[in-house]
Structure formats: structure tokens, C-alpha cells
Design a protein. Structure first.
Length: 164
């Protein structure tokens, strides 16, 4: 009979959207204006297992994750060697790159100013989830507390807040 005007955007990938014209003339997204792009459909693989965190620290700055960025974390993805994960280490949540060898696990910081975390035999460690996306916010008014400057806060361990 009649279909809903919006059918979702899951069947479209980023490669299906033409590149943006940075000269200021016709926008490539105008061709897709009626359909719209749902970021939930595009960025979330498993909704019940997905959480949003706000990064507070600079341990992963060389991986493109800055203080104040929003991390999309999926708990259903297996943490494997080389993935960026959120881990609970001795009760603290940290974001690091997982590096595993035969009998050794290290959580690697992507900033030389931060130490890697070597997981000893009796370290209380649990992989909490895998970081699937990073949202870097340029417009400070989009932050919950725009006066809060995350990069100026220095703590022993990085601090994370679950947003949703």
C-alpha cells in the first residue's frame, strides 16, 4: 500500500555518499536529503551492547582520540590484539590499545607521556568493550558542560563517564 517516507540508511554505506564539495557550491548531501542518514544505524552494530563514553585524558591522543571526544564502545565485540578497548584495571576504567603475546598482556598508551599498563598475574583486569567509533566535537556548545576543558584536567588515571 503506502510506504513510510524514511526507510533508514543501513543499506547505504559511506562509500555510497558522494564526496563533499568544499568550495561552497552545491552540497553532495542534497541528493540524500529526503532519505536522511541515521547515525545510530551507521555507527552502532549492536544497540543493546553499545555505550557512549566521554574521554577525559590524553593517553590515546596519537590514535586520534582527544580529551572530550565521545567514544562509541561495543561490549559484544571480542577484544583482540591491536584493538582499542575500554578496560577495568584495579577498579579504574582506562582506554588503551590491547597488545597480547603468548603469555603477556599490555595495555598500550598512544602518548609517550603516559605509561603502558603491564598486566601482572594478580592484576584485577576485565576487558569492558571495544571502541568502534570516535566522535570529535568541534563546537564546544554541543558539550554537556561547554565551560569544562577536558584537556586541562590532569589525573593519575584517565577518567571516563558513561553518557548513555
Amino acid at each position: 500500500m503506502y510506504n513510510v517516507a524514511y526507510n533508514g540508511s543501513k543499506k547505504f554505506s559511506q562509500h555510497d555518499v558522494p564526496h563533499a564539495n568544499a568550495t561552497g557550491f552545491a552540497a553532495a548531501a542534497d541528493d540524500y536529503m529526503e532519505r536522511g542518514i541515521d547515525l545510530n544505524e551507521q555507527l552502532i552494530l549492536n544497540k543493546p551492547a553499545t555505550f557512549f563514553f566521554r574521554m577525559n585524558g590524553e593517553a590515546m591522543i596519537n590514535a586520534g582520540i582527544q580529551s572530550g571526544d565521545v567514544l562509541i564502545v561495543d561490549r559484544s565485540i571480542k577484544a583482540t590484539n591491536g584493538k582499542i578497548i575500554v578496560a577495568a584495571v584495579n577498579g579504574d576504567l582506562v582506554v588503551r590499545r590491547l597488545q597480547q603475546s603468548f603469555n603477556h598482556v599490555t595495555l598500550v598508551a598512544e602518548n609517550n607521556g603516559y605509561a603502558n599498563i603491564e598486566l601482572a598475574e594478580f592484576t584485577d583486569y576485565k576487558s569492558w568493550g571495544v571502541v568502534t567509533c570516535v566522535i570529535h566535537i568541534f563546537e564546544r556548545s554541543l558539550l554537556a558542560d561547554p565551560k569544562n576543558n577536558f584537556s586541562n584536567q590532569k589525573k593519575k588515571n584517565d577518567d571516563y563517564r558513561i553518557l548513555y
